[in-house]
Structures are given as structure tokens and as C-alpha cells.
Design a protein around this ligand. Sequence first.
Ligand SMILES: [Zn+2]
Length: 265
Amino acid sequence: MLHLTPAVTIYILTLSALFGLVSGSFANCCAWRMAHGESAAKGRSHCVACGHTLSPRELIPVISWVVQKGRCRHCGAPVSIRYPLTEGFTAIAFVLIVLRYDVTLNTLQFWILTAVLLTIALVDLETGYIPDSLVLGIALDFTVVTALRGGPFWSLWLKGVFNAAAVALPLLGLVLLMDRVLGRESMGGGDIKLFFAIGLFSHWSCNLFTLLLSCFLGIAFALIFRGVCTEDGEGAFPFGPAIAAAAFLSILAAEPAVQAYLSLF
Ligand SMILES: [Zn+2]
């Protein structure tokens, strides 16, 4: 459907980018509220510094930030560049997903997954904690879209659970063993639950790819940001953002990457 005519292509890509901007804005807002103990769904958005309720024209993704030169229109307090950056990133992410999966249920499922992963990464960065509600949100995304597919629901659903467990359970065993040996927590429980949830969507071989990729990214992030975020000791840099980034890259490229790897033998 994406390549029906050039006009249709442009229309779908533009709409996807707009959905991405709005979803990125929403994810940002939810993440901030969760990290600061506010209800994610209730109440209107407000300035973090002065509490002034934001009007619709102050809530336009990216544009409001640029027009207001990165400051609150009311009190002049700086508004983090994290907002326009993540909104722009989500727009690009949504376009890449629709280019990869066309107008399908897969695209819908991965759009939602991307928005939740972004929320998880932001909350984990700020608090070092992955909320169970967000991990459940991913499982719900999988369950609802599986029901919408109209195939044999339980068989598709159990297949997802099998693919998730095939990587998450051995990982859990390994982590428990490592905790025993090291005498401290080697990986957070939230990280393992997150691996299980994202594993629902793909074949276990792709989930293994996601796991390996997240380890590489986790090490890279820790090395790059070590000086910035870890005042309270080594290895305190949260793993969630690396898992989220790896899961997103896997949405786009895990299948071809695994196939290319298998074709070597
Ligand atoms: Zn303000």
C-alpha cells in the first residue's frame, strides 16, 4: 500500500511522522510524570519550574520548543532539549517502521512498542528503575494486536510466550547464578522482565540477537556516559536504555541480520 502511487507514499510517510511526533511528546510526558511520582494519565501538562498549565499552542511537538527558544513562555525557565530531540527521534522511528512493514498490524504493534520503549528508557535514565506497568503495556500491545490478526489466537499467543521464554528464562538462570558468584545484583529484575516482554514479538533467534546487541550497546553507553551519570559507584548506569535501543534496532533489522548470519554456514 505504501508504494501505490508517489502521492500515497508521501501521505503515509507524513502521517507516520506526525503520529511519531505526538507519540514522542506523549511518551516524554508520561516518562516525566512516572519518574516524579505523578499520575501518568491525569491532569494537564504544566511547566516543571512554575507549574503554569500549558496551552495547546505550547504543546505542539518540536515547534513550540523552537518558537519559545527552549524556554517556558510564562517564567522563562529553560525547557530541556530532551523534549524536541525525543519527539524528532520518534517521528523518524515511526517513518522507518512504516517503510519496513508497510501499512500493517506489524507497523501498529511496533509503533506502540517503540513509544513504550522510549518511555522506559527515559524513566530508567532518570530513576534507574523500569516500571512494571510499562512492561505490562508491552505485553498488552502484543496480546491485543495478536487478537486483531484474526488467526488462531491462543496458538499465536503461546508461540510468542515460547519465543520470549526461550531467551528470558536462560538469562534469568544465568543472572541468578552470577548474583550468587559475585555476591551482588548483576542485572535488575526489571531488565529481565523487559527482555521477556520484547521477546514476545519475534522468533527466539531474533531475541538472542537483541540480547547480544543490548549487551554491546550497554557497554558502549556505560563507557560513553560513565563520567556523566555514575557518582554512586561502578556499573550504576541503567541498562534499560540499551535494551530499548537494541529492541528498536531489532524491529528494523533483526530478521535480515539473523538470516545473513545463518547463511554463513
Ligand atoms: Zn514556567
